[in-house]
Design a protein around this ligand. Structure first.
Ligand code: DGJ
Length: 740
């Protein structure tokens, strides 16, 4: 049965999802308005109650707060922000001279033409590589509403692809210029989401380099609240996702959450607007600053996706839906139970001081500890002996590797590991052969300064020859060496975005980036990619469609990382959260247990000087890595319950559980506890009430046996032997397995 229903009498379209619904209506004049969303009533009960006529006549509606257009446009009745603003500069011709000051026509009035349901529709930038997401073959229905302007042959299609089992709707918009004029698109959202009338709070993350993903909860006050980034990465300051909940009512485990995320890695904005009427909506799409798009006659544009949905089971329920959606419908496909490998990365061990012997030494120690993937970081190419030179010259440095990378790759393979390499393909140092040869290949405005950040400039992906050059440079590396992992870095913000592509550069850059990644993955199917941008500056659902994991932050301090992990987990699954164990004396002193316990919450990596460990530390590393391999199917692919977040009471407590509830991993990290204060009891979730669970630690020692109902009802006391008492910084990771 279709999840999309159409009632021709009321002209009501309802999208019915597992626990929620989304309804819209076509008014007699052809406008399309939102009439409701939220928890679905039981059975076949009607989704929309009451008289819908109030929406029909603008004479009875003082502002469009009462009329919730599915796509508010500049034109019609619009007093506030809009999802689409268009002008028709050439519409002047048939008009008389006296009208000159009225031009260009900036009025778009879209009216319903028809609707259809398809199962093969996709938003812009769908991944085109050879590892489509796990469930991408499962047909999903897409409602497509066809609208046309009242006067010009300019068509807009509103698309809604539904994933009922996760209560998720992906929205995007197609613009088709069927006129004989050029049409200027001045602002464009991928979708507009209206929340039920009310007052709300917004949960999201904020930060900066080394402090990404810090959770923030704020009221959505009257006026506008904007999260945005204009550039060619997702950004460190804000991340394009949100959890919106009725003010003061929702908790981690209960209550309503309207969630959303954008699948785009450049110029993006989430603009929340709360009117004094308590009408609240969010526009998700291209950030209008610097945005410009002209559609020539016959041209079209399809936007990326705005993914949104509803959860009735708290912030945790919203996060789990986003995690499952990312695992099943976004990430490059992986087999059931397949896990991310334990990684070693050389950056914090050697920085730019690379040598064949040094890397081989690290690789040998890493293999001995149980590492599965060895990644050599920055400094292996061109004149890249520090960050002043070499970017753009993707040729192995003869000075550092006289015989090329082969001896190192051979040794890594002989040790039974996969080999990975750091690259930063979108960038160029002025001190490089590439720049000396092609000074015009960078973003710049003629005759104006070219601002360097980290001594580098940005290649102009508006030029197809630049995209081709970078693809070929990377493909040559993959053809020469057995490389199965790129850490794809990007280390500056965009300035002076002058390009041969004009103001379309923001989209063109992302298109070039995605295109290169897709081609590489298609032509080199063994390749995995990690997204990195000065740490966690490029994490979103667009990049994750072509990357297997993301570098979460350059801040590898275990205590700081706990805050970052809590925030990251609000939207993104642990599977993609690459976390390294680094040195003991980082920003804060951290025991090896703490460093491992924090890093084991995601895709575990090691970044220490692993060849300089003491005999005792080696034993400890091996034991932890062996334990991680045992728990990682649950950590990486299970459902995450945040039992506590560090910001709220000094302890972060995570429970990852298999879908059948037969196994779970309990991870407690206490960062701050005043003497005399006791931690609360953490009640576990989603276990089998009648089953008995054995609790073991990393040594395999059995600590206790309890029933599911004891663990879920009585819970684990934060100050007990399972989490450690006292006010010290401490941590614990335990495995709970059903034994009967
Ligand atoms: C920034 C990354 O986040 C680091 O991990 C490291 O790869 C450096 N770049 C290398 O320049």
């Amino acid at each position: 049965m279709s999840a999309v229903s159409f009632d021709p009498t009321q002209k009501l379209i309802v999208l019915r999802l597992r626990t929620s619904f989304y309804a819209l209506r076509i008014l007699p004049d052809g406008q399309v308005v939102h009439v409701g969303s939220g928890p679905a009533p039981e059975g076949n009960a009607p989704m929309v109650l009451g008289n819908l006529d109030a929406y029909e006549d603008p004479n009875y509606v003082w502002d469009e707060g009462g009329r919730r257009y599915e796509l508010p446009t500049y034109g019609d009745i619009a007093y506030h922000h809009v999802g689409l603003k268009v002008s028709f500069p050439e519409a002047a011709a048939p008009l008389g001279k006296q009208d000159a000051n009225h031009l260009p026509v900036r009025d778009l009035r879209l009216r319903y033409l028809k609707h259809e349901i398809r199962t093969d529709a996709a938003p812009a930038y769908p991944p085109a590589h050879g590892k489509p997401a796990r469930k991408s073959g499962v047909p999903r229905e897409t409602l497509i509403l066809h609208l046309r302007d009242i006067a010009y042959n300019f068509e807009v299609r509103l698309c809604y692809r539904i994933t009922p089992e996760l209560d998720v709707i992906e929205r995007w918009i197609e613009l088709h210029n069927l006129t004989k004029m050029h049409v200027t698109i001045e602002s464009l959202a991928f979708g507009t989401v209206h929340f039920p009338q009310g007052t709300y709070e917004l949960t999201r993350t904020a930060g900066s380099w080394s402090r990404e993903f810090i959770p923030v909860r704020q009221n959505i006050e009257q006026g506008e609240t904007v999260l945005s980034q204009f550039g060619i990465n997702t950004g460190h300051a804000f991340n394009p996702f949100y959890l919106v909940s009725p003010r003061g009512k929702t908790t981690e485990h209960a209550g309503e959450v309207y969630f959303g995320a954008l699948a785009f890695s450049g110029n993006w904005a989430l603009r929340f607007e709360a009117l004094p009427t308590d009408a609240v909506r969010v526009y998700g799409g291209y950030e209008p600053t610097g945005f410009g798009m002209v559609l020539a006659p016959g041209e079209s544009h399809t936007t990326p996706a705005f993914v949104h949905g509803y959860a009735g089971d708290g912030f945790g329920g919203a996060s789990r839906r986003l995690h499952a959606f990312t695992r099943d419908y976004i990430l490059p496909g992986f087999d059931d139970g397949q896990c991310r490998p334990v990684l070693y990365n050389s950056w914090e061990a050697t920085f730019f001081k690379l040598s064949v012997d040094g890397q081989i030494q690290l690789a040998r120690s890493a293999a001995e500890m149980g590492v599965e993937l060895f990644c050599m970081d920055d400094g292996w190419f061109g004149d890249r002996r520090n960050d002043h030179a070499g970017l753009g010259d993707w040729i192995v440095s003869k000075a550092v590797f006289p015989d090329g990378l082969q001896p190192l790759v051979d040794e890594v393979k002989r040790l039974g590991m996969r080999f990975g390499l750091w690259v930063e393909p979108e960038m160029v140092n002025p001190d490089s052969d590439l720049y000396r040869k092609h000074p015009d290949w960078v973003l710049h405005y003629p005759g104006r300064p070219r601002t360097e950040m980290r001594f580098q400039l940005i290649l102009d992906f508006g030029r197809p020859e630049v995209v081709e050059y970078i693809y070929n440079a990377l493909a040559a590396l993959l053809q020469t060496y057995d490389i199965s992992f790129f850490k794809w870095d990007m280390n500056r913000y965009a300035t002076e975005p002058g390009s041969v592509a004009g103001s379309a550069i923001w989209q063109k850059h992302v298109e070039g980036l995605y295109g290169i990644m897709d081609r590489l993955r298609k032509n080199f199917p063994k390749l995995d990619i990690q997204s990195c941008s000065g740490g966690g500056g490029r994490v979103d659902l667009g990049i994750l469609a072509r990357c297997d994991q993301a570098w979460t932050s350059d801040n590898t301090d275990a205590q700081d990382r706990t805050y970052i992990e809590d925030g990251f987990s609000l939207a993104y699954p642990p599977r993609v959260m690459e976390s390294w164990v680094t040195h003991e004396h980082n920003l804060h002193h951290a025991s090896l247990d703490l460093r491992f316990d924090v890093a084991m919450r995601g895709a575990l990596g090691i970044g220490t000087k692993i060849d300089q460990l003491s005999a005792e530390e080696r034993v400890h590393y091996k034991r932890k890595i062996t334990f991680y391999k045992k728990i990682r199917p649950v950590v990486q692919n299970g459902n995450l319950y945040r039992l506590a977040m560090v910001q709220d009471g000094g302890a972060s407590v995570w429970q990852s559980v298999t879908p059948d509830g037969s196994q779970c991993v309990y991870s407690v990290v206490v960062i701050h506890q005043l003497q005399g204060h006791h931690l609360p009891t953490y009640r576990l979730k989603a276990l089998q009430p009648g089953a008995i669970y054995r609790i073991t630690d990393e040594t395999g020692a059995e600590l206790a046996r309890y029933s599911g109902s004891q663990l879920m009802g009585l819970g684990i006391h934060g100050d007990s032997r399972f989490g450690g008492a006292g006010c010290a910084v401490r941590s614990r990771t335990l495995l709970l397995e059903r034994v009967s």
